[in-house]
Design a protein around this ligand. Structure first.
Ligand SMILES: Cc1cc2nc3c(=O)[nH]c(=O)nc-3n(C[C@H](O)[C@H](O)[C@H](O)COP(=O)(O)OP(=O)(O)OC[C@H]3O[C@@H](n4cnc5c(N)ncnc54)[C@H](O)[C@@H]3O)c2cc1C
Length: 254
């Protein structure tokens, strides 16, 4: 384990240092009796990744957003940060704590556990875990977007729409098409008026929309190819097809 943990004390462990926990953990750190408990944050990454910045950060290097969007956990006070990926929870007796098993086979006792492992995103926000991987993925996506002439975005939810806008802003000569399974962008959680207004704004940006259709086959990003949608529509000479489909819960260890 990278950090020394006081073994005389019980461990309160928070797994996942995402948006849901990073503010709450500091309040907990201020209230917890540190004479009795270690407050431990376990995360697979060495820093909090500000998801909201990830699309702009991966579309272009303008402003070097990674300097601000990747925020090291060691700035947290009265919190012991442990970098590691949780793969298994061994509960001793229900509600009485147990052991967390990490990917590198290390084990971490817990008395109280908060699971906040968030979501597994598709496409550019899916940056990986180690610092090397995250930074390499940022560079890979920047290179892909700077080379691409004709980008197809599979999924017209919030991430797909935002990505389309970021591409149009950073690379105005790049053609962008969003393929979306519904009749309007977003989904029916949102009011129809908003969805229609948004659609007009997206079209005004020169973005092409294909609705009520899907991309089933994702070509290798290194090749220029015609993409055929599920309903048989051909998008000619696409050179980058990006998934922005709904994320899945990161609950494989739970
Ligand atoms: C491109 C994009 C734009 C967004 N824009 C907005 C916006 O404008 N407004 C808004 O409200 N929301 C936005 N969101 C959504 C917002 O980011 C999420 O709702 C929020 O991050 C959820 O917080 P969380 O703590 O539950 O999960 P996350 O922030 O995903 O954090 C989960 C943490 O758990 C860690 N983890 C996962 N599995 C393990 C494991 N097995 N072991 C150890 N650690 C693990 C991860 O490394 C991660 O640090 C956006 C998301 C994206 C991708």
């Amino acid at each position: 384990m990278s950090k020394k943990i006081d073994e005389q004390k019980k461990n309160v462990v928070i797994v996942g240092g995402g948006a849901a926990t990073t503010s709450a953990i500091q309040s907990l750190a201020n209230k917890l009796d540190h004479a009795q408990y270690n407050l431990i944050l376990l995360d697979a990454r060495p820093y909090y990744v500000h998801n909201i910045a990830t699309l702009r950060m991966t579309v272009s290097d303008a402003g070097q957003l990674e300097d601000r969007a990747l925020m090291p956990y060691d700035r947290l006070q009265n919190v012991t940060f442990v970098q590691g990926k949780l793969v298994k929870i061994e509960e001793t007796t229900p509600g009485k704590g147990g052991v967390l098993v990490l990917e590198n086979d290390e084990r971490l006792d817990y008395t109280a556990l908060v699971l906040a492992t968030g979501s597994q995103w598709n496409g550019p926000p899916n940056l990986g875990h180690s610092d090397e991987k995250v930074r390499a993925n940022i560079e890979i996506w920047r290179e892909r977007f700077s080379q691409a002439k004709n980008v197809v975005i599979a999924g017209g939810g919030a991430a797909g729409i935002e990505l389309a806008g970021e591409i149009r802003e950073a690379h105005p000569n790049t053609k962008v098409t969003i393929v979306h399974s519904e009749t309007h962008l977003l989904n029916d959680v949102y009011p129809e008026k908003l969805r229609k207004n948004l659609e007009q704004k997206v079209l005004a940006q020169g973005i092409t929309l294909i609705d009520q259709d899907c991309i089933d086959v994702f070509p290798d990003p290194l090749f220029v190819t015609d993409v055929v949608t599920r309903k048989g529509k051909t998008i000619k000479d696409a050179d980058l097809v990006v998934r922005t489909l709904s994320p899945r819960n990161s609950t494989s260890a739970c």
